[in-house]
Each structure stands twice: as structure tokens, then as C-alpha cells.
Design a binder for this molecule. Structure first.
Ligand code: FE2
Ligand code: FE2
Length: 282
């Protein structure tokens, strides 16, 4: 995996463009084990990495927003490192509820961005865009927390550069999304986070995973965008009493494209290639 250069820029029709590819909820298992006994998440991840590797222009960074592995096993993180190895652009990752901080650190210790101790929170400069990654993991629990220490870190980082376009990334959605999974969302720290985010108009977006669906919500003066997974998704359930149904909707990822004239624009992308039916030149 390449490390981030000081300033990375793609060029699209002469306009400086910055691209974050977001993959989330990989739920990797090793040794041919299937997630839920049915889903070959390693094969799905391999296909997703290949699709992202073929993107033209290439992303400036691939961001993995948690549930990287299914059971926090060191071997599964090693498999993740193997799958990511062919990529020629930098990777950043943060933990979800299926992850384990120590195992993640053990395998990715050589990276220069994961903190050596404590919560896995850090910032990355991606060209003109600032990326702040949060750690909502409560080990052994499905829901997420942001305690005072983690929120103070965010507040301090935001206060340092109040003008710079910023993306905040975390695994659990920062607020309720009106779905059954809200019960296992960010159950502590959501209201405090909302107050912090609302004070900073330079926050382009809050991006997350966990819900295995594309969902958008206006919140705290910005947009929250949840991404689907490269393997299984979770069926839409608007009633809190409904069970979470794992379904095999198409494997997907998000591309967040920033330009000075548009700000951040998010594109929902399918891993699968589809044939061209007609082409119109403009
Ligand atoms: Fe997940
Ligand atoms: Fe999750």
C-alpha cells in the first residue's frame, strides 16, 4: 500500500479533483468460512478491490469504514492486507463493531496513521480535503459510543482549521436514520457530536457504514451519507420491530468526489460491470 504524498491531485478536464473511494462492512472471514454460513465475503472483497483498482481516474485514497472483518481475528486482518496489496493508492481504515483494535494494530502496525495506543482516531490530509476518522467501537457490542475523550479530540481538530473542507468518517451512523437498525446505532455521544458538527460549516459530509445500505439524512447542518457493502446488504426496514434481514442486493461502494466548484459529490457505484447500450458524445 502506498502512503499519502503531501498533496495528491487528479485532473479531470483541468479541474483539480479529489476522490475518496469508500468501502464498508467487508465482514471478512478466513479459511473458506462463510459469513452467516452463506456469504463468501473474501471473494466479494476481492471483486470490489479489483473494481476499485480499475477506476479511471484512480481514487486518491480508499477509505474502509469498519466491520473490516467479521470476528476481530488477526488472520482476517492479514487476509485484508493481502487483498489490499495490489492497490497503488493509499488506504485508510477505521474500526466497526465487528473489529478488534489490538488485532487491527497488530497487522497494520507499519502504517503511519493508526495511533499506537488508545482509540483508532486520526486525521489525514488528502490534498485540499481534510479527513477526520472516528472510532465508535465498543468491543463486544453491536452499538457504538463516542465518549468525552473521543469528542474532545474531534472538537480540537476542528478548531485547528475551521475553514478547510472536511469529511468526518465513522462506522456507526451519527444519528437515527428512521430504520430498525437505529437501536444499535450510536447510542452514546450522538447529541454531543451533533452540537460539535453544527458549529462547523466547513464539514462537507459525515460518512459512515454499519447499516449496509445507501441512506442520506440532513443533520447538524451537513449531510450524513451511509454506504452499502461489497458483499451482503440489509433489507430496508422502516419499522423498529422488524428483524434485520440480510439480503444479497448488488455489491456496492461509494465514490466521494470533491472539486472546488462543486464541493463533495457522492456517487453510488456497483462492483459489477454492465454492458454499454448506447453512447452519446457531449
Ligand atoms: Fe456490518
Ligand atoms: Fe457494524
Amino acid at each position: 500500500m502506498a502512503e499519502l504524498p503531501g498533496l495528491v491531485a487528479n485532473h479531470l478536464k483541468g479541474i483539480r479533483t479529489l476522490i475518496i473511494a469508500q468501502l464498508t462492512d467487508l465482514h471478512l472471514r478466513t479459511g473458506g468460512e462463510l459469513t452467516f454460513g452463506k456469504v463468501d465475503t473474501a471473494a466479494f472483497m476481492s471483486a470490489a478491490v479489483a473494481a476499485i483498482g480499475r477506476l479511471d481516474p484512480a481514487p486518491d485514497v480508499l477509505l474502509l469504514t469498519g466491520d473490516l472483518v467479521d470476528n476481530g481475528a488477526v488472520e482476517a486482518y492479514s487476509l485484508l492486507a493481502e487483498l489490499l496489496a495490489p492497490l497503488e493508492f493509499p488506504v485508510r481504515m477505521l474500526p466497526g463493531n465487528h473489529d478488534a483494535r489490538d488485532a487491527m494494530r497488530e497487522v497494520f502496525a507499519s502504517t503511519d496513521y493508526l495511533p499506537a495506543s488508545g482509540f483508532l482516531q486520526y486525521e489525514s490530509d488528502i490534498g485540499p480535503l481534510r479527513l477526520l476518522c472516528l472510532d465508535t467501537l465498543v468491543e463486544g457490542k453491536t452499538y457504538g459510543h463516542l465518549c468525552a475523550e473521543r469528542l474532545d479530540w474531534l472538537q480540537t481538530r476542528l478548531a485547528e482549521r475551521p475553514e478547510d473542507p472536511t469529511v468526518i468518517a465513522l462506522h456507526h451512523p451519527p444519528c437515527p436514520l428512521g430504520i430498525a437498525m437505529d437501536s444499535i446505532g450510536l447510542v452514546e455521544g450522538s447529541e454531543a457530536l451533533e452540537k460539535i458538527v453544527a458549529m462547523h460549516a466547513n464539514i462537507e459530509r459525515v460518512i459512515c457504514g454499519h447499516v449496509h445500505r445507501t441512506i442520506h439524512r440532513r443533520w447538524a447542518g451537513t449531510m450524513v451519507t451511509a454506504a452499502p457493502g461489497p458483499a451482503h446488504q440489509i433489507a430496508l426496514s422502516l419499522e423498529s420491530s422488524q428483524a434485520f434481514r440480510i439480503i444479497m442486493e448488488p455489491p456496492s461502494f461509494h465514490l466521494h468526489v470533491w472539486r472546488p466548484d462543486t464541493g463533495l459529490v457522492t456517487h453510488a457505484c456497483l462492483v459489477e460491470d454492465f454492458p454499454v447500450a448506447h453512447e452519446v458524445r457531449v
